[in-house]
Write a protein that binds this ligand. Sequence first.
Ligand SMILES: *Cc1c(COP(=O)(O)O)cnc(C)c1O
Length: 418
Amino acid sequence: MPIDGSCKWHFQANQELIAASSLSVRNTVITLESLSKEDKRPTIPLGHGDPTAFPGFQTTVAAEDAIVDAVRSAKYSSYCKSLQGLLPARRAVAEYLSRDLPYKLSPDHVFLTAGCKQAIEYITAVLARPNANILLPRPGFPDYNAHAALCHIEIRIFDLLPEKGWEVDLEAVEAVADDNTVAMVIINPGNPCGNVYTRLHLMKVAEAARKLGIIVIADEVYAHLNFGENPFVPMGAFASIAPVVTLGSISKRWLVPGWRIGWLVTNDPNDILRKTGVMSSMRTLYIYSSEPATFIQGALPDILIKTKVEFFAKIIRILRDTAGICYAKIKEIPCFTCPYKPQGAMFMTVKLNLALLEGIHDDTEFCVKLAREESVVVLPGMAVGLKNWLRITYAVEPSALEEGLERIRVFCQRHSKK
Ligand SMILES: *Cc1c(COP(=O)(O)O)cnc(C)c1O
């Protein structure tokens, strides 16, 4: 206990939280952006996951109108009167997701959350029991690690395989799992790698989960943001093999991460989650937690139904172009290898060949020096569990992206071994 003169204080900060914060995309990006302020040129942000500062990445008027109408209707100023979220909003999510599934979801399967982040928090809390462990991907999304740590769920890591399109190493999954494993997480389309899994691979993931007796938590926050040869297939398509909990939101596809609305959806035609108490536990959690803002829930059906395909098509076109620019330019820089041309989401991961660089010893040092000398922010792989790699965001105005990549090229040239 910390002792301070006259008093012995009996509290201390939660150490798990402090340990978990070492892995954080947000903290790392903020720190790097503050470094780049030393330069006179405008900072080029290629480390973020929120492109809404750029004029090309604005949401659709249909979504804005839905919010205005919901607020003006004066129907949504109260607390949310239904436990998992307003029924019309849950019904709209069930219908939206059912379009891609071989069965129909009901609103009972939908739990509305303040973005996908809160869905991560909730599913982790519900699965926490003494001695439980969870299988998380490397590279991955640090929120899963942080919430598992906070809930005292042991984290077991499995790798994604760069030479196989960042597919899950299923042998590793089986090797690290045991009778206390409760779930595995997959992110598709992938953050940080921009990969999109094939139907066959997703089926193999489901079969592995069935063999191990665990849930698949499918983070599909980038659903439909795919532009390569693999189509987007929801993990829920294989829920008859093993139960799937799908997490998603409108943050990325509609370019409104600040609106904070998402969902946790149970895909479970065999009713395993009800039989094991997961469904009732989820509902109990809602008695004590706060739903997303009621007017956002009120607007959700219109947002999902009235958004025009042209809006989605435009965003996909931009991402396909910027991903292409990024991949082509990265391939020209000798100290980078990129094993995979991104097919979805907003990112690609590139490997640093440190042997070709002078005076740079790891990914963090690379990013710090790059921010200081060139005012370009990219994310060190460490923040997503992958040391000596970088995550580069291409969801950026094309002119800024080209300028940023050119500065990176110049930086690498200046620091390369003579
Ligand atoms: C952005 C992101 C989230 C968080 O989504 P919100 O809806 O903004 O909470 C969750 N998972 C992954 C993989 C993400 O990239």
